[in-house]
Structure formats: structure tokens, C-alpha cells
Design a protein around this ligand. Structure first.
Ligand SMILES: Nc1ncnc2c1ncn2[C@@H]1O[C@H](COP(=O)(O)OP(=O)(O)O)[C@@H](O)[C@H]1O
Ligand SMILES: N[C@@H](CCC(=O)OP(=O)(O)O)C(=O)O
Length: 368
């Protein structure tokens, strides 16, 4: 069997109870499943939630706290408990585990993320299992949004580490046409090849009081992973041998396939970590040129703009129907685009003085 690099994400709902505290039996179970993958030669990275849920009862809160400082305090207690539990469980299999705590801000800074990647590479090289969580005690929503749930974090880690698979474990055996907790008639979707707006609409919020992101954030994560060239699985891993089965393609869940290749770091930054400062709507011809022709965006295709952006900023590009198709670095000021939208290249040259005629050059564009 080929040795693969696999990212496994486990949600709070799979590790803890609604009353708080870790379910040690589940931790031991997941450690044995991960150990089975490890023993068959795979490199395993674990993204785990559960710090807040593990810690809140020890602090004396009656239920999962909502206030930021209370969540952060609960995570500070719970993260230590979580690591202790995993380390103890892995030691049964002779596996050494390492803790990595990341924030979204780390991903938007190229040097910091390069450092994290080098650390990950060294750990994997030494056959150590990295255990990754959001750094809850320092992450805030004020400057850079938090991940909140760990689904997105797991997809970004999978893309960054050029993993061959992302496995998102949750308490539901895949994506259904509706939340099965609300409608028991909902039908399971076995395979998804493209995550359209329609697929995103199927997915609702969290199913339990300890989970946060719900199916929606898992589908968004699968979309990021697929765009980064990493196929994903979302489903249930509950009995002995379920995780190796999920990795082998026979799991109880939904598979998200992709034919795309892994993305260079620069494009990952553009697509996943940059903060768009505006939005440009283009006509059907420009959509076709960007998506199918691999071409740059010219002023002629622009129909509307939003935001007060500057040359060098990142902007989103949308279809006439309002669907976002990608992002790119803009070569114009917002006011310049206002002046030349819809005009031919010759007319544009007469009206504004810009370094590059392309509004977004194809080398600085990513389709999403
Ligand atoms: N279309 C859907 N298909 C399956 N589950 C869904 C759907 N919409 C919402 N959900 C809910 O998402 C929940 C899983 O998310 P969440 O509670 O955040 O778990 P976790 O802690 O594992 O991240 C499920 O229990 C389910 O109730
Ligand atoms: N970083 C947080 C994650 C919060 C959370 O509940 O996430 P998830 O269960 O993945 O929806 C923690 O460890 O508690």
C-alpha cells in the first residue's frame, strides 16, 4: 500500500459530552484508529477540537460558555487536558504526539506559516503525530476573524501540507439533503464532485450544544481542501477499523473528489488567506475568459464594482448572478475602474494612466 499523508479532523461532538468533560473511551478509540493508519505507513496529522468542551466544567461553568473570555479560559484548561489524554492514549502504541496551536493570523503571514510548515515537516519526518488546534486563548475576532470551528483550519492545514486526504469526522454519517435531526426523510449524498451554491445550501448549523460549525462549515472546508487539490471525506468513524475504511474509500460518509493539483503557497495565500478589499462584477464573456480561457481580466468585461480598493489590493470577482468565482490582485484604483468599466483597451489607454492594462493579470488570479 502507498504511504499517504492524511489529515484527520475530530469535532467536539465526537470527543465530549453535552455536560462537558472529555470522553476518555472515545479518545482511546480514536487513538487506536489513528495508530492503525500510522502502523500501515501513513503520515498522520490530527486536527482536534474539544478544548473548550473539555475545560468548562472544571472551571465551574454550568454549560459551554458563550462569552469570549470565558471560552478562552475554558480552552486554556481544556487544551492541557486534551493533550494529556491524547498523549496517554497514543503512548500505548509507542506513538509520540506533538502540540501545534495556530491562529488565522498565522496563516495570513507567509513567514509564520512557512515556519509552522517546516515544523510539521520535521515532526512527520520523525514519525511524530502533530496534534493541531486553534490557539483559542490568543485568537480574537477583532482584527482577524477566528476559525471558531476547526473545519476550516483542517482544510488549510491539509492544503498547506499537500496532504493526499482530509478526513472530517463528525457525529453524522455524511452530508444529507437536509439536517437529518430536523427531517428524518433526508437522503444521504454519497459523492460530490463540485461544491456549488446548491450543495452549500443543503448544509445547516451545529447539531449539538458542544459543536459549533455544523455541516455548513464542513462543506466550506471540503471546498477549500478540494481547491487545494486535497480530496475530502466527511462522515462517521465509530467502530473498529472505520478510519482505515474511510481512508480507503469505503467509509460511512460523503466523499468529495477533486481532479485539481496542489496549489503553490502564493496561490494558497491569494485564495485562502488574503482579505479582499472589494468586489467586481463581470459579464458572461469575462466569466468565460477567466474560468475557461485562462485569460486576464480586462476593463471591457466589468459591469459593476463595490469597495474602495487600491492598486495591489485583492478583490473578489462575481458573475452577473452574484456568484463569486475567484480572487485576484487588482492593478487599478477603484475610481479608475469606475471611469473605464466596459470600455475597450484603446479607450482605456486614452482615459487613465495605469501600469498594466489588465485589471487582474492571470498570474495573480485564483479560481475558487
Ligand atoms: N445537510 C446536513 N447533513 C448532515 N448533517 C447536517 C446537515 N445540516 C446540518 N447538519 C448538522 O451538522 C451536525 C455536525 O456538526 P457539528 O455539530 O458542528 O459537529 P462537530 O462537533 O463534529 O464539528 C450534525 O449533527 C447535523 O445535525
Ligand atoms: N478550538 C475550539 C473548537 C471549537 C469547536 O467546537 O469546534 P468543532 O467541534 O470542530 O465545531 C476547541 O478546541 O474547543
Amino acid at each position: 500500500m502507498m504511504s499517504e499523508r492524511i489529515v484527520v479532523k475530530i469535532g467536539s461532538s465526537s470527543l465530549t459530552s453535552e455536560e462537558g468533560g472529555l470522553n476518555s473511551e472515545r479518545i482511546h478509540y480514536f487513538a487506536s484508529e489513528l495508530a492503525a493508519l500510522y502502523a500501515s505507513g501513513h503520515s498522520v496529522m490530527l486536527v482536534t477540537s474539544g478544548a473548550v468542551a473539555a475545560g468548562f466544567r472544571q472551571i465551574g461553568y454550568a454549560s459551554r460558555p458563550k462569552a469570549v473570555h470565558e471560552k478562552q479560559a475554558a480552552a486554556a484548561v481544556g487544551q492541557a487536558l486534551l493533550m494529556q489524554a491524547y498523549q496517554e492514549a497514543f503512548s500505548k502504541y509507542g506513538i509520540v504526539a506533538a502540540q501545534i496551536l495556530l491562529t488565522r493570523a498565522d496563516f495570513s503571514n507567509r513567514r509564520r506559516i512557512q515556519n509552522a510548515l517546516m515544523t510539521l515537516e520535521e515532526l512527520l519526518h520523525k514519525r511524530i503525530v502533530p496534534i493541531i488546534n486553534e490557539n483559542d486563548t490568543v485568537a480574537t475576532d477583532e482584527l482577524v476573524p477566528k476559525f471558531g470551528d476547526n473545519d476550516n483550519l483542517s482544510a488549510l492545514v491539509a492544503a498547506m501540507a499537500k496532504a493526499s486526504k482530509l478526513v472530517i469526522i463528525t457525529d453524522m454519517d455524511g452530508l444529507y439533503t437536509e439536517d437529518p435531526r430536523k427531517n428524518p426523510q433526508a437522503v444521504k449524498i454519497e459523492r460530490v464532485e463540485q461544491i456549488s451554491e446548491d450543495i452549500l445550501k443543503l448544509a445547516g448549523g451545529a447539531g449539538s450544544s458542544v459543536g459549533t460549525g455544523g455541516m455548513r462549515s464542513k462543506i466550506e472546508a471540503a471546498r477549500i481542501a478540494m481547491r487545494g487539490g486535497v480530496p475530502a471525506f466527511i462522515g462517521k468513524v465509530q467502530q473498529e477499523g472505520d478510519l482505515p475504511l474511510a481512508v480507503a474509500g469505503n467509509g460511512r460518509g460523503t466523499y468529495f473528489d477533486t481532479k485539481l493539483h496542489s496549489l503553490p503557497m502564493k496561490k494558497q495565500w491569494l485564495g485562502f488567506h488574503s482579505m479582499p478589499q472589494g468586489r467586481i462584477t463581470v459579464d458572461d464573456g469575462a466569466v468565460e475568459a477567466l474560468l475557461k480561457g485562462g485569460k486576464s481580466l480586462l476593463p471591457a468585461g466589468i459591469t459593476a464594482i463595490e469597495g474602495d480598493f487600491h492598486s495591489g489590493d485583492v478583490v473578489e470577482v462575481a458573475t452577473p448572478q452574484g456568484e463569486t468565482i475567484g480572487r485576484g490582485v487588482i492593478n487599478y484604483e477603484a475610481w479608475q475602474i469606475q471611469a473605464v468599466a466596459g470600455l475597450t483597451t484603446e479607450e482605456v489607454k486614452r482615459r487613465v494612466d495605469v501600469g498594466r492594462i489588465e485589471v487582474i493579470h492571470r498570474d495573480e488570479w485564483i479560481t475558487l
